[in-house]
Design a protein around this ligand. Structure first.
Ligand code: SME
Length: 158
């Protein structure tokens, strides 16, 4: 079985500092969102990274980085793990996607997923969706890291 190092707190701290730098230099919201997605995809357990914006009651893909595009370019609220998290406003960590009936498959390689809503002024405006190629790729470290990141970039997602 493949094994990949999970994100640790030290690395999460470094990444948040890099995000701070990107935010301080940001000129265009769309470019900032793209840079953040690219940065995240460098992590070994972040094999596909997408940022969706919530528009017209559905999640619409804005920026992504990974081996292939997703077929799920728009996801209604409540559908899939992404739509579920966007509706609840709470992070979802799925350690084995094959066991989650909500899961909408994009890539045959995906084994686990973390989906983090981005809130602005108390409302979900966007979401980060990350697929991992090994089961159980993400932990509470990823949750805390990505929620902190979401707070830093939320104003660029409206
Ligand atoms: N798996 C997601 C759909 C998005 S793709 O993974 C990019 C879901 O269940 O909502």
């Amino acid at each position: 079985m493949k094994s990949q190092p999970r994100l640790n707190r030290e690395r999460a701290k470094e990444l948040l500092a890099e995000v701070d730098l990107l935010v301080s230099r940001a000129q265009q919201p769309a470019a900032l969102r793209k840079s953040v997605v690219q940065l995240l995809n460098l992590e070994p357990t972040y094999n596909w990274v997408g940022l969706y914006l919530l528009k017209g009651g559905e999640l619409r893909i804005d920026s992504w980085k990974g081996p292939a595009p997703t077929t799920h370019t728009s996801i209604p609220l409540g559908k899939g793990i992404c739509g579920f998290a966007a509706k609840s406003g709470r992070t979802e960590i799925v350690s084995d996607v094959s066991k989650d009936p909500r899961y909408l498959q994009c890539f045959a390689s995906t084994r686990s997923e973390i989906t983090v809503p981005i809130l602005h002024e108390g409302k979900v405006v966007a979401e980060i969706d990350i697929d991992g190629d090994v089961a159980n790729a993400h932990s509470s470290v990823d949750r805390e890291f990505l929620e902190a990141l979401a707070a830093k970039i939320s104003k660029f997602c409206v």
